[in-house]
Design a protein around this ligand. Structure first.
Ligand code: SF4
Length: 109
């Protein structure tokens, strides 16, 4: 291998390794749970339990509104929590609620 090719080969190896390691780190990073005291969660009145929402502050809230029937929730049916796109994919509880709630559309019949 000539020295230029050898240099490019080494460069590719050294440049690619951190990217691979970073990719693995991101791929293996566990999802982060949204805490009620997160500043954005507090601004949107997020509660892990929809029955604990402050009715005086959020008069439009209904107890049947839950994260697992919100359009922004992408968790699997039956699981206790799942990602919410309003909070950058952080995990919210299936029984939770926040002021960004939007009813999930009914499936087409
Ligand atoms: S946007 Fe929807 S899924 Fe996300 S926290 Fe608010 S109610 Fe729950």
């Amino acid at each position: 291998m000539n020295s230029r090719r050898h240099f490019l080969f080494k460069l590719a190896l050294t440049a690619g390794t951190p990217a691979l390691l970073c990719g693995q780190a991101f791929a293996q990073a566990p999802p982060v749970k949204l805490e009620e005291n997160d500043p954005v969660a507090m601004a949107l009145g997020y509660k892990e339990d929809t029955t604990k929402v402050d009715a005086a502050k959020y008069p439009m809230h209904k107890v049947e509104q839950r994260c697992d029937n919100c359009a922004l929730y992408t968790g699997k049916a039956g699981e206790a929590s799942g990602p919410c796109s309003a909070f950058g994919g952080k995990l919210v509880t299936a029984a939770g609620w926040c002021a960004a709630y939007a009813k999930k559309p009914e499936p087409a019949k």
